[in-house]
Design a protein around this ligand. Sequence first.
Ligand SMILES: Nc1ncnc2c1ncn2[C@@H]1O[C@H](COP(=O)(O)OP(=O)(O)OP(=O)(O)O)[C@@H](O)[C@H]1O
Ligand SMILES: [Mg+2]
Length: 287
Amino acid sequence: MNREPPKAFNEPDSKATAMAETSYEASATGSPCIRARGVGKTYSSRSSEVEALTDVDLTVYDQEFFCLLGPSGCGKSTFLRILSGLVSEYSGEIEISSARADGGSVTNMVFQEYGIFPWKTVLNNVAFGLKMDGVRKQRRHERARSYLEKVGLAEFADAYPHQLSGGMKQRVAIARAFTNDPEVLLMDEPFGVLDAQTKRNLQTELLSLWSETKKTVVYVTHDIEEAITLGDRLAVMTARPGGVKEVLDVDLPRPRTRGSIPTDEFTTLRERVWELLSDEVQQSVTR
Ligand SMILES: Nc1ncnc2c1ncn2[C@@H]1O[C@H](COP(=O)(O)OP(=O)(O)OP(=O)(O)O)[C@@H](O)[C@H]1O
Ligand SMILES: [Mg+2]
């Protein structure tokens, strides 16, 4: 089925509000930002069909940090790509709330592989989205520099990506995403390839940017501890075709760092998530 990119909505309608009241969503607050109902996706080619997602029901609330966990190949990236509009053929309904009238982007993706242009300087990479939106040079550079400063790359504004480490490239990608000022940040294993120390530092920086800007974030990860450190809630997905198996609250105080989370609560939640996930991982390897 050919579709428009996910619809933006401004006012919650009664049908969608009723749909949001499933039991696992009861503890979340705020108004819905993303509503997915019965979302499915099958990739078809001449020789094969792969059902990646089936019947995904999910509500993500305004300013929420929402994490998605699931076995490899269960459709996490596919779901984010649908939310971003990169995948336009799917079944079911997706609505993304938008209060903005300035024509700016509603969603912005941050990928594991950075997605930065090797021939552009760090500053021009970070300012690129604003350039595409027609923002004047002085304004876009000011904004880009302020986010480069927040991620500790002010001195590297004129460097080229090949002069940066992996962690620094991912900082560029994050600075660019925040500079673009979308309402929703879609992050697909952004720190997946980084070493543990760099990953921790970037998690802390990301949480600090998120609490400053209060963006809605949908964050895909394979790392249970990362999901618990970052998320307000997390969803565990089933093996392919992926659906939502369970949504859990991460009811831990903020501001959070790995070290500040009470060990008992952390361990209990980690065990619970692993219990949910391990069955699905097993199914995905035997399939
Ligand atoms: N463009 C495509 N064409 C055909 N099949 C695809 C395409 N993209 C993904 N798939 C298939 O859809 C399924 C879900 O893929 P997807 O990349 O969404 O999974 P994932 O959960 O992000 O996996 P991982 O954790 O390994 O990143 C897989 O079986 C994959 O082979
Ligand atoms: Mg993926």
